[in-house]
Design a protein around this ligand. Sequence first.
Ligand code: FVH
Length: 284
Amino acid sequence: MATDISILGLGLMGSALAGTLLKAGHRVTVWNRSAAKAEPLAAQGAAVAATAAEAVLASPLVIVCVLDYAATRQLLDGADLAGRTVLNLTNGRPAEARETAAWVTGLGGDYLDGGIMAVPQMIGAPGALILYSGSPAAFDRHEPALTALAEPRYLGEDPGLAPLYDLAMLTGMYGQFAGFLSAAALIASERRSVAEFTESLLVPWLHAMAAITPPMGTQIDAADHATDVANLEVNRVALANLETTFREQGVRPDLLLPLKAIVDRRVAGGHGAEDLSALVEELR
Ligand code: FVH
């Protein structure tokens, strides 16, 4: 069913959200600080609001997607939020989401926070996921329209949950990139093809390793770090070999050293027989 939706913030992501909602047949009102970014969307049928406050008044669902929460608060300041649902898809911290939720509800609105697990090109396509938390009633009301953007995953009433899970997902992603970049530098140190190594060897290996992380999650939940895979002492030796090899190859091991330090500390504490999952105990 076509609904009225306002989008505030027309950067790469906001423009992708607005374009996808227009294609899905919704009536979309847009606003951006730099007005020129609204022009392509106006050509696709969006109404363009002169001010952020005017965009808020235009629709019961107001999506904000800007640089940070300071910008979110700045552009919503003075707008009449009573009876509106503010869905903030801006990247931020759980504490910021909770503060913003309290502010919006204090002004008579409903608040949803969201974490977009997609790049702009993925919006509206299979594989895109958006994490939501906040008002359950607002989520139920708007879920049908939001499904056009990405698979929606509602995490709970605490508005801080979506950013918490979003940042945890990004943590996994940056860890993967840190591993990839270190491996690439090592391969490049012998002038071997990084592209060929990545496609034929590294990616299948990472898929296999990803498959053993859910059982590690179960171990972490149970605080049971027994292993029949590889204990921390074995990993300590492997990481020592890695550091030495990186240095011998003239490659900086900087991205690996924090992990190595934690393994060394755990083993020095007498936990060499444990699984890698036990490192969580050193982090919390
Ligand atoms: N792009 C991506 O792949 C990621 C995917 C995951 C989610 N992120 C988050 O989405 C937010 C916006 O990201 P973006 O990629 O759209 O960013 P830009 O293209 O740089 O656009 C930024 C927009 O923010 C507006 N803006 C900045 N400061 C203010 C302000 N003080 N008041 C009002 N608007 C402001 C900016 O306006 P303008 O510069 O065009 O006038 C753009 O509309 C972000 O949280 C990502 O982490 C995207």
